[in-house]
Design a protein around this ligand. Structure first.
Ligand code: P61
Length: 464
């Protein structure tokens, strides 16, 4: 290749205006939203990095597919296209559409778990943990020890701790109906899992007669990291790598809002006939008939095309590079981030950046608010507001205090990222002045979505 600039591998056919607000407006909006970024109106956000879930831009191929949507209740043509696309990648026998990832989780765990069971995972994402705990089972996070050090640069920090997995399967025999690996490891910094780790975890589960599932939301990004970082995979296509990843599993849950490149959708896929039947029965109860599962025919079409496009090498190269581009600027300027940058997001290590704010005052939450206040940027806290509440309502500190800036797929350009970097570096220059918060009001589960907070030190987010 003669030129080294990695360009966005698309041109833009439709645009959506974004709106500038003033700092004074944002100060008021934050107060009105109970200092919770989830409670802002999206039109009051300039650059929205709350999530990469369902926020991507669809391609002309996907929009064209939407017009082909077959809206028949049973046996729609769109379902068979969707099923073929998901099966080509995963190889699983039963492909069960759901309206999004958490519906697949609820159905799977509802069919498999009983009170007192344990589910090991490299790291459960919040909805996965909540769905396990809702069945009165325990969600056990066992990432590799090195993942706990945000500053360490290693190729596969998403790996599961294989010794811990083996110990859990041995000591808790009879109480572990399934083990999971989340690719990439979202709560752990968007870090990839190596093929060797997936293979070994699968072998361990098979030896113990325990089902092994992938939480496959970001399978294509994980495949790209395997291609570029793991020996023996450089010459393989992302599709072949993804197929190998899935070949070690008995099934997967999938949110098509991520690497399905769609705005809504998901699926549960698995091989076991009896379990699939049980899951389909539950699907009919709350999601819909098994050939649409809570989705419109046009959604199934968009996902079918998205699953094909997400494995294109030029797309994956641009995707991972655009995240690393921000990570590199922050690192060069001394902003502590989870290293190396992940596949879908850059995570600022708020505990390292704001050592003066105790975890009980939610440093990552505070930082996310100041990024909005100063630059109109919306990120998400992955820390003690999101994960600091036990199923019994008790309060404890999360393992890490992170601010995640997730990149919607194919939405922002390099100048948006340059602006973002400028905002973060400016906020970094104010960091000693940032103050913590307290929770005023919160629901018993998944509290970060609706909690209301207030500055813990008078009316100040930023001390003068
Ligand atoms: C996200 F603020 N993730 O990362 P669903 N597994 C994994 C996910 O990342 C995931 C789901 C399962 C989101 C959306 C989100 O508090 C939040 O299709 C690894 O969203 O149901 C979703 O898939 C669930 C954002 C979820 C949040 C919960 O941004």
């Amino acid at each position: 290749m003669q030129f080294k600039t990695i360009i966005e591998p698309f041109r833009i056919k439709t645009v959506e205006p974004i709106r500038q607000t003033t700092r004074e407006e944002r100060e008021r909006l934050l107060r009105e939203a109970g200092y919770n970024l989830f409670l802002l109106r999206a039109e009051d956000v300039l650059i929205d990095l709350l999530t990469d879930s369902g926020t991507g831009a669809m391609s002309s191929g996907q929009w064209a597919g939407m017009m082909l949507g077959d809206e028949s209740y049973a046996g729609a043509r769109s379902f068979y296209k969707f099923e073929a696309a998901a099966r080509r990648i995963t190889g699983f026998k039963h492909i069960i559409p759901t309206h999004q990832g958490r519906a697949a989780e609820r159905i799977l765990f509802g069919s498999l778990l009983k009170p007192g069971d344990i589910v090991p995972n490299n790291t459960h994402f919040d909805t996965t943990r909540a769905n396990v705990e809702y069945r009165k089972a325990a969600a056990l996070d066992i990432p590799t020890a090195e993942a706990r050090d945000p500053a360490r640069v290693l190729p596969f920090k998403g790996n599961i701790d294989l010794d811990e997995l083996e110990r859990t399967l041995t000591e808790k025999a009879g109480n572990v109906p399934l083990a999971m690996i989340t690719v990439t490891n979202n709560s752990g910094g968007g870090q990839p899992v190596s093929m060797a780790n997936i293979r070994a975890a699968s072998e361990s589960c098979r030896r113990h007669g325990v089902l092994f599932f992938l939480d496959a939301c970001r399978f294509a990004e994980n495949a790209w990291f395997i291609k570029t970082r793991e020996e023996g995979y450089a010459e393989k296509t992302p599709l072949a790598i993804a197929q190998e990843m899935f070949s070690y599993a008995d099934g997967c849950t999938m949110s098509a809002k991520k690497d399905g490149m769609a705005n809504i959708g998901g699926f549960l896929a698995l091989n076991d006939d009896a379990l699939a039947q049980k899951c389909k029965n539950m699907l009919i109860l709350t999601e819909g008939f098994p050939t649409y599962g809570g989705l419109a025919g046009y959604d199934l079409e968009a996902i079918a095309v998205g699953l094909e496009e997400v494995l294109h090498e030029d797309y994956l190269q641009y995707r991972v590079r655009s995240v690393a581009y921000l990570g590199d600027i922050l690192t060069a300027n001394g902003v502590p981030i989870v290293q190396p940058p992940g596949g879908h997001a850059v995570y600022i290590d708020a505990r390292a950046m704001l050592p003066h704010i105790p975890q009980e005052e939610y440093p990552a939450w505070a930082l996310s608010l100041v990024l909005y206040l100063e630059g109109g940027v919306r990120s998400v806290e992955i820390g003690s507001v999101m994960f600091g509440q036990g199923p019994d309502g008790s309060e404890h500190s999360a393992a890490m205090e992170l601010v995640r800036m997730a990149f919607p797929r194919r939405v922002y350009t390099q100048s948006h990222v340059d602006y973002l970097a400028e905002v973060i570096l400016y906020v970094n220059s104010l960091k000693e002045r940032i103050r913590g918060l307290r929770i005023v009001d919160a629901p018993p589960v998944l509290r970060h979505f609706t909690a209301r907070l207030e500055p813990a030190h008078g009316a100040l987010l930023l001390d003068s």
